[in-house]
Write a protein that binds this ligand. Structure first.
Ligand code: SF4
Length: 471
C-alpha cells in the first residue's frame, strides 16, 4: 500500500509543541528590536513532529511504501495521513479536500490531538478520525482501515478509538530518513547539530487546568533507559545526530530512571548534547549535575507568573520564588541554559500585572524567557471555563503569540504591545548579556575575560575521558 504523510511548515508551525496542538513563532512586533528577537527564534529548523517519524517506522515495518510531503498532495496514494495543528487547520482541510477529490477516492486518516479534542473541525469530510495514540496503528492499522469502510460520497468523518500504547518499549525507533534530518537544528538548546526529538516518557500527573498535555491522559508511562540510549546511538550512527531534545512533558518524575538513563548516555560512543523539560521542584541539584556530566545543555521549565493566586486558580502547584531563582542560578553555574515559559494575557491582567511578569523574569534571569500569550486549548478544563471570554475562535491565531481572549481591563492591542515590551525588555539590556553571553555563545569560553566561566563543552568531554593508566 502507498501511504503519504502530509505536513506543512507554513506559519512557522512547530507541531510537536503544546501537546500536539502546535505553536507558531514570535511575530516580532516592536520595530527593529522585535525583528531581531524574531530572527533569533526563526534561525532554527525544528525536526518534524515525532509522530511522523514513528509513523514512517511503523508503516515500513508493516511492509507499506511510505512518503512524506510538505504542502503538496501527491496523487495516487492509497492512504493519506494528516496530523494537523490548530494554526494550520484550514490548510490541512484544503489538502484533505484535494486528496479526497481524487478518483478512485483514497482513504484519509486524521491523527493526533485534534482528532481527539476537536472532531467538529472535520465535519463534512469523508475522513477517518483516529482517536488515541497514533502509534497504535502498528497494531490497529487494518482495523482502522476496515472501520473506515469503502470511501463513498457520504458526508462526515468516521471515528475509530485506538487507545494508548501500553508498552512504549514495543515501538520501533522513529525513522527520520524521510525528513532530511541533517537540517534539523534547535539553537536555543544546543550548539551541535543535527538535532532529533526523543522521548523517555509520556504523560504528566499534575493537573494545571490549561495544559494541553493532559487532555488525553493524566498518568505517566516510561521507556527503559537502555532502549532510549540505544535509540540515541542508532540516530548518531544513521543520521549523525549530535543533539537530542527530550519531548517528555515532565522529565525527571522517576529519579532512579533518570540516573539509569544518565549512566546509559555516558556509555554512548561519542559525547552528545541533550535538553529536557520539567518542573523545577523535580530537578534537584544531584540530578542536574549528573545529567550535565553526560551532556545536558538546556532545561525548559514553566514559571508562568509570579502571582501565586493566579497559579492556584488555574490549578498549577506553585514553586517558591527563592527555589526558582536558585534553580536558574545553579543551572547557570553548571553551564546549563534555562528556557523559562511565562504567561501573560489572563482575562484579568492589567498593564501592571504584565509588567510584574517581566520584572520577575528579569529577577530570575533564565537564559531564554519565552513570553506566551494565554491560549485556551480545546479539550482543556480552562477552555470550558473561559469559553465566554474567548474573543476569537479562529484557531489559525492560536500560535501562543496572539491575544485571542476578551480582557476585562485591556484591549487585545494593549496585550499585544505589552507582549512585545516583555520580549524586548527582557533581551535588550546589558544584564542579559553579562549573565548569559558565555552560555549562548560557548566559543566565548576560550577567552578568560569577564566573569565566571560556566562548565563548557570542552570540560564535560575531558571529564568523560577514562583516567590515564598508571605507568
Ligand atoms: S506540570 Fe507541565 S505538563 Fe504537567 S500538567 Fe502542568 S503544565 Fe502540563
Amino acid at each position: 500500500m502507498r501511504v503519504v504523510l502530509w505536513d506543512t511548515r507554513r506559519r512557522d508551525v512547530a507541531k510537536d509543541f503544546a501537546g500536539g496542538f502546535g505553536v507558531g513563532q514570535y511575530l516580532g512586533r516592536g520595530g527593529l528590536a522585535g525583528w531581531v528577537v524574531r530572527w533569533a527564534f526563526k534561525r532554527d529548523r525544528r525536526p518534524v513532529a515525532l509522530a511522523f517519524a514513528y509513523l514512517a517506522a511503523i508503516f515500513r515495518r508493516l511492509g507499506h511504501q511510505v512518503e512524506y510531503s510538505e504542502d503538496q498532495v501527491p496523487p495516487g496514494a492509497d492512504v493519506y495521513v494528516f496530523h494537523p495543528s490548530l494554526i494550520t487547520l484550514d490548510l490541512e482541510r484544503q489538502a484533505i479536500e484535494a486528496a479526497l477529490a481524487q478518483s478512485p477516492r483514497p482513504k484519509v486518516l486524521v491523527t493526533g490531538i485534534l482528532a481527539h479534542a476537536l472532531p467538529e473541525a472535520f465535519a463534512g469530510l469523508n475522513v477517518t478520525l483516529v482517536r488515541g495514540e497514533v502509534e497504535q496503528l502498528l497494531w490497529k492499522f487494518d482495523d482502522v482501515l476496515s472501520a473506515a469502510g469503502e470511501p463513498t460520497e457520504s458526508d462526515g468523518p468516521v471515528t475509530v478509538n485506538v487507545g494508548s500504547v501500553r508498552d512504549l518499549d514495543a515501538l520501533p525507533f522513529p525513522d527520520w530518513s524521510l525528513f532530511e534530518p541533517r537540517q534539523f537544528r534547535i539553537a536555543y538548546d544546543f550548539w551541535r547539530f543535527p538535532t532529533a526529538y526523543i522521548q523517555q516518557s509520556r504523560g504528566c500527573t499534575f493537573s494545571c487546568n490549561y495544559c494541553p498535555y493532559i487532555v488525553v491522559e493524566k498518568s505517566t508511562r516510561f521507556r527503559q533507559p537502555e532502549l532510549v540510549a540505544a535509540e540515541m546511538r542508532h540516530g548518531m550512527a544513521t543520521h549523525g545526530f549530535r543533539s537530542f531534545k527530550f519531548r517528555d512533558p515532565l522529565f525527571g518524575l522517576d529519579r532512579s530512571r533518570v540516573f539509569q538513563l544518565a549512566e546509559a548516555i555516558g556509555r554512548l560512543p561519542r559525547p552528545v548534547q541533550f535538553s529536557i523539560e520539567g518542573r523545577i521542584d523535580l530537578l534537584r541539584p544531584d540530578v542536574l549535575s549528573e545529567l550535565r556530566r553526560v551532556g545536558l545543555t538546556s532545561v525548559t521549565v514553566g514559571i508562568e507568573t509570579p502571582d501565586e493566586g493566579t497559579l492556584r486558580y488555574y490549578k498549577r502547584a506553585p514553586i517558591k520564588d527563592d527555589r526558582q531563582r536558585e534553580f536558574v542560578a545553579l543551572c547557570r553555574s553548571l553551564g546549563i541554559r534555562t528556557v523559562a515559559g511565562f504567561m501573560i494575557g489572563f482575562p484579568d491582567d492589567t498593564l501592571r500585572s504584565i509588567d510584574a511578569v517581566l520584572k520577575y523574569a528579569r529577577l530570575v534571569s533564565p537564559t531564554f524567557a519565552n513570553f506566551n500569550v494565554v491560549t485556551p486549548y480545546p479539550g482543556t478544563e480552562f477552555f470550558e471555563e473561559v469559553r465566554e471570554q474567548i474573543a476569537s475562535f479562529d484557531f489559525t491565531r492560536y500560535n501562543v503569540y496572539t491575544p485571542v481572549m476578551k480582557y476585562r481591563y485591556l484591549s487585545a492591542d494593549d496585550v499585544a504591545r505589552a507582549h512585545a515590551r516583555c520580549f524586548i525588555g527582557y533581551y535588550f539590556r546589558s544584564h542579559w548579556l553579562a549573565d548569559h553571553a558565555r552560555l549562548v555563545w560557548p566559543w566565548l569560553n576560550r577567552w578568560p575575560f569577564g566573569g565566571p566561566q560556566p562548565a563548557g563543552d570542552a570540560q564535560i568531554i575531558r571529564e568523560r575521558r577514562p583516567p590515564a593508566k598508571a605507568a
